[in-house]
Each structure stands twice: as C-alpha cells, then as structure tokens.
Ligand binder design. Structure first.
Ligand code: COA
Length: 168
C-alpha cells in the first residue's frame, strides 16, 4: 500500500527550504500531499490559489527526479483533519534549529493527542537552506534585495508582483 505523507505549512511563498524537505520526503513516502494552512498569527502576502500554483510549478522537477507523487490542497481547519482527509499516515515537518524544535515538538504532541494514528516525522533542514524563512525573504524582496538564493524564479516573481501591488 502506498504510504502517504502530509506536509502542512504556510508556504507564503514556497522556498528552497521547503523544496529541500519535499525532495527528501521521497525517501519516506510514496505520495506527498502539501497542505496550505492558516497560521492564526500570520497575515499572508499571497493568496491560497497563488501559493497552490507556485507549489505545483516548483515541485515538478522534484517529481521528475525522485518519482514522488505530489499534490497540494488548501485547508482551513486543523492540520490533523486535513492529513486524515488526504489519507496520510505521517505528517512531515522540517526542523531548522532549537527554536523550531521546541515549537514543533509541542505541535507534534498536540497533533498526536488529537490523532494518535498519525505519526509526525521531522527532517532536519539541510545546511544550505536552514536559515531561510519566508517572512525574511519577503522583507528582503520588499527592500529590493536579491532573493534568488532562497526562492525559485516563479516564487520570486509572485512575491515581487504582490509587493508592488501592495505599494500602489
Ligand atoms: N527550511 C527553511 N525554512 C523553513 C523550512 C525549512 N525546511 N520549513 C519551514 N520554514 C520556514 C517557513 O518559510 C516559515 O517562515 P516564516 O515564519 O517566516 O513564514 C517558517 O519556517 C515556519 O513556517 P511553516 O513551516 O510554513 O509553518 P507555520 O509555523 O507557518 O505553521 C501550519 C503553519 C499551517 C502548519 C500551522 O499553523 C497549522 O498546523 N495550522 C492548522 C491549525 C492547527 O492544526 N492547529 C493546531 C496545531 S497543534
């Protein structure tokens, strides 16, 4: 039976950090459903549709290289409910540092209490991408900095367009 993973996040926008985790999850799952969720404390720059489309484009080369089947869905409610709807048995999350660790372990334990049938698997972020954060990348783009080290071309263009619209 195919093992399905659920990778929830804000993806505002998808970065090379997320792509690192997505590509490496091919070693763990046969199919990955990427869930675009809502963090109650974050105000999104990109719409859910834009984020979906960027994820679809950015993930094509991953599928070509790894064979991992990838789809993306938006969700409004709990991550565990979206994971169950996707028929996933594991939730995948990336860990960058000790700050992530504390937050992520608590979230995994809360999710585990809500849905004991789901296992959270953490992948340590690769050294080349572990400093990336979508909010910092948006800040750099907003100040005219080069984000090509952090974002695929389509994400870069979408962020620049959205920031321009905000300013006009
Ligand atoms: N490499 C580099 N950067 C990474 C990364 C990696 N491997 N993984 C994550 N990031 C960055 C992201 O860019 C993001 O940066 P930002 O904070 O500057 O925007 C940050 O790390 C964390 O974002 P993300 O992984 O997208 O998660 P999140 O903290 O925004 O959480 C949800 C989003 C949707 C997963 C979470 O809010 C959720 O589960 N919501 C549903 C409600 C729910 O179930 N609540 C109960 C939880 S117990």
């Amino acid at each position: 039976m195919a093992r399905i993973g659920f990778y929830p996040g804000s993806f505002d926008p998808i970065t090379y950090g997320h792509l690192d985790i997505i590509a490496r999850s091919a070693r763990i799952v046969d199919k990955l459903v990427i869930g675009i969720g809502t963090h109650p404390g974050k105000k999104a720059l990109l719409s859910s549709d834009e984020r979906l489309s960027l994820i679809a484009t950015a993930c094509k080369p991953v599928t070509e290289h790894t064979g991992l089947r990838i789809s993306a869905v938006p969700f409004d409610g709990l991550a565990v409910d979206a994971a169950k709807a996707a028929q996933a048995s594991v939730i995948i999350r990336g860990l960058r540092d000790a700050t992530d660790f504390d937050y992520e372990v608590q979230m995994a334990q809360m999710n585990g209490a809500l849905a004991p049938e789901l296992e959270t698997v953490f992948l340590a972020a690769s050294p080349a991408t572990r400093m990336i954060a979508s909010s910092l990348v948006r800040q750099i783009a907003g100040m005219g900095g080069d984000t090509s080290l952090f974002l695929p071309a389509e994400s870069r263009a979408a962020v620049e367009k959205a920031l321009k619209q905000l300013k006009s």
